[in-house]
Ligand binder design. Structure first.
Ligand code: SF4
Length: 83
């Protein structure tokens, strides 16, 4: 099975801006609906992504179903595990 490379999480890849307090600014991107609450980029409480853009990749050479694709911009939200 092909496992796609993860997207680098730098300012150049569309990661959300950081507030002066160090908190991440979570502005929802109305063009990217997402229900993956366990992702660091998810707008908690609203089913949207906060990134400007995401990268979607195939999980296998010839994807035939929805489940055959992945968001490669996903980044685990460690705080989601303790909620
Ligand atoms: S990066 Fe991908 S998985 Fe994470 S919130 Fe955005 S669309 Fe969802």
């Amino acid at each position: 099975m092909h496992i796609p490379e993860k997207t680098e999480h730098t300012a150049d890849t569309g990661i959300s801006p950081t507030l002066p307090t160090g908190e991440k600014k979570m502005e929802k991107n109305r063009s990217i609906e997402c229900t993956v609450n366990e992702c660091l980029h998810h707008c908690k409480g609203e089913d949207y992504c906060s990134l400007d853009r995401i990268r979607v990749v195939p999980r296998e050479p010839s994807p035939a179903e929805e489940r055959c694709t992945d968001c490669a911009s996903y980044y685990p939200d460690e705080t989601a595990k303790i909620r």
